[in-house]
Design a protein around this ligand. Structure first.
Ligand code: PLP
Length: 439
C-alpha cells in the first residue's frame, strides 16, 4: 500500500521513473510524450544536462542559506537576469517556491504598499470570472473559478470578479474584437465605481489565460484599456504569468506582446522548468521604493525563498530561454504546432476553436461546431480526452466547467520548446487518436 496522499484517491497513477527530452518514461517502460509540460512547467524537456550540472555544482558549493541571514550569488545573478529582460519599470525580484506563493506575495505586497503610502482603506481585489491564480487561500480567493472556490469561500479575502476577455464565447455577433475588448475592460471601471475605487488594491489577470480557459489571448487593446483604468483610479495591475510567462508564448514575459506595463508580475512553472521548485514576484521600483523609504521591511517570507540551488538552476533556464534562443524557438515551433493543429482539427465537428500563442495552445471542444453548443457537463469530455490521450502515450492538460454560461471543455497544450517537427506530428496524431476514442 502506498503512503503517498495522492491527488485522486480512487485511481493509482503509473510510477514516473525517467525523463528523456520531451518524454516521461514510467516504471513499466511506457513512453509518454509530454504535450503539456505537466502543467506548462517543463519548457526544456526532462533531461537538460546543463540545468542538471548547475544543480549539482551549486549543491556541492552551497545548497541552502536562509535569506534572514544571507543573500546568495545565485539569487543575485538570477534577479539581474530577470530584470534585464523585464518590462519597463520592473526593478526588483522576490523569490518564492511556486506560483501560489508568488501570488500570495503579490497580494500582500500590494496591501503593504498602500499601508506604507497612507491609503489603508484599500483592501479589495478585483479579478476575472473563470480565472485561476493558485490554491493557497489568498490566491484561491483571487481566482474566479467557482468549483475551486466554493468549499473554501468562508475562509477567503474579499474579491470580486468581472468578465474574462474570452473572444470565442464573449464577443457579440457583429461586434469588432477591439470593441469587445473595450467593453469587457470597462467592466473593471464599473466594478471599481460600485465598490468605491479608494477601497481597491489591485486588478489581477493572466495575460494569456491558461488552466481555466485553455490558452486564451486577449483581444488587441484590452490590456491597454485595463492599464488606463488602473491608473485613473490608483490601483495596481498585477499580471499573473505563472503559466504563460518564461517564454511560453514566444516572448520571455507574455505581457510584452500586449504593450502593457504591469506594477507586479508573478512567475513560476517555466522558471525552474521542473528541475527545481521556484517562483518569483517582480515589482516596480515605485512599489519597492515605498517599502524602502517607509518601514524598510516587507512583512512576508518563506523558509525556502531564494533557495540557492533553485536559483542556480533557474539562471541556466533563463539563459537558455534568452541568449540560448529557446524563447524564439517557442515562437516558431509554436507556429508549426498551430498549423498542424489547424490542419488536423480545423474542420473537426467537435473542435470549436483553436487558439493560443507560441507553445501555449488550446482546443475548445463543443457538441456542435456551428452553434458552439457545449457538451453536457455530465459527459466530462475533457477528462475522457485526457484519459484516452494518456492511453495513447500523450500527456495533455484538460479543463472543463461552467461559469455564467461560459461552459468550456478544453485541452491545453504546452509542450517543451525543444519539440521537433516529428514530435509535433506525433503529438497531433496521438491527440487525434484520443479525440476519436473519446468523442
Ligand atoms: N497562477 C496561475 C496562472 C497558474 O496557472 C497556477 C497553477 O497552475 C498558479 C498560479 C499556481 O501555481 P502553483 O501550482 O505553482 O502554486
Amino acid at each position: 500500500m502506498s503512503h503517498v496522499f495522492p491527488r485522486h484517491t480512487k485511481v493509482r497513477p503509473p510510477v514516473a521513473r525517467r525523463g528523456d527530452g520531451a518524454y516521461i518514461i514510467d516504471a513499466e517502460g511506457r513512453r509518454y510524450l509530454d504535450g503539456s509540460g505537466g502543467a506548462a512547467v517543463s519548457c526544456l524537456g526532462h533531461s537538460d544536462p546543463e540545468v542538471i550540472a548547475a544543480i549539482q555544482a551549486q549543491a556541492e558549493q552551497l545548497a541552502f542559506a536562509h535569506t534572514g541571514f544571507f543573500t546568495s550569488e545565485p539569487a543575485e545573478t538570477l534577479a539581474d537576469r530577470l530584470i534585464a529582460h523585464a518590462p519597463e519599470g520592473i526593478e526588483k525580484v522576490y523569490f518564492v517556491s511556486g506560483g501560489s506563493e508568488a501570488v500570495e506575495a503579490a497580494l500582500k505586497l500590494a496591501r503593504q504598499y498602500f499601508l506604507e503610502i497612507g491609503e489603508p482603506a484599500r483592501h479589495r481585489v478585483i479579478a476575472r470570472r473563470q480565472s485561476y491564480h493558485g490554491n493557497t487561500l489568498g490566491a484561491l480567493a483571487t481566482g474566479g473559478n467557482a468549483w475551486r472556490r466554493e468549499p473554501f469561500a468562508p475562509l477567503m479575502i474579499e474579491t470580486s470578479h468581472i468578465s474574462p476577455c474570452y473572444d470565442y464565447r464573449g464577443r457579440a455577433e457583429g461586434e469588432s474584437a477591439e470593441d469587445y475588448g473595450q467593453r469587457v475592460a470597462n467592466e473593471l471601471e464599473a466594478e471599481l465605481l460600485r465598490l468605491g475605487p479608494e477601497t481597491v488594491l489591485a486588478f489581477v489577470a493572466e495575460p494569456v489565460v491558461g488552466a481555466t480557459l485553455g490558452a486564451v489571448p486577449p483581444v488587441p487593446g484590452y490590456f491597454r484599456r485595463i492599464r488606463e483604468i488602473c491608473d485613473a483610479h490608483g490601483i495596481l495591475l498585477i499580471l499573473d504569468e505563472v503559466m504563460c510567462g518564461m517564454g511560453r508564448t514566444g516572448t520571455l514575459f507574455a505581457c510584452e506582446q500586449d504593450g502593457v506595463r504591469p506594477d507586479i508580475i508573478t512567475i513560476a512553472k517555466g522558471l525552474g522548468a521542473g528541475y527545481q521548485p521556484i517562483g518569483a514576484m517582480l515589482c516596480s521600483g515605485a512599489i519597492y521604493g515605498a517599502i524602502e523609504g517607509g518601514s524598510g521591511f516587507f512583512q512576508h517570507g518563506h523558509t525556502y525563498s531564494g533557495h540557492p540551488t533553485a536559483c542556480a538552476a533557474a539562471t541556466v533556464v533563463v539563459d537558455k530561454l534568452t541568449g540560448g534562443g529557446l524563447t524564439d524557438r517557442a515562437r516558431t515551433m509554436g507556429e508549426t504546432l498551430d498549423a498542424a493543429l489547424r490542419a488536423a482539427f480545423g474542420q473537426h465537428p467537435h473542435v470549436g476553436d483553436i487558439r493560443g500563442r507560441g507553445m501555449f495552445r488550446g482546443l475548445e471542444l463543443v457538441a456542435d461546431r456551428d452553434t458552439k453548443e457545449p457538451f453536457a457537463p455530465d459527459r466530462a469530455i475533457h477528462k475522457a480526452v485526457k484519459r484516452a490521450a494518456f492511453e495513447a502515450g500523450l500527456i495533455c492538460y484538460p479543463m472543463g466547467g461552467t461559469i455564467d454560461g461560459l461552459r468550456g471543455d478544453h485541452i491545453l497544450l504546452a509542450p517543451p520548446f525543444i519539440l521537433t517537427e516529428a514530435q509535433v506530428e506525433e503529438l497531433v496524431g496521438k491527440l487525434s487518436t484520443a479525440l476519436d476514442a473519446a468523442l
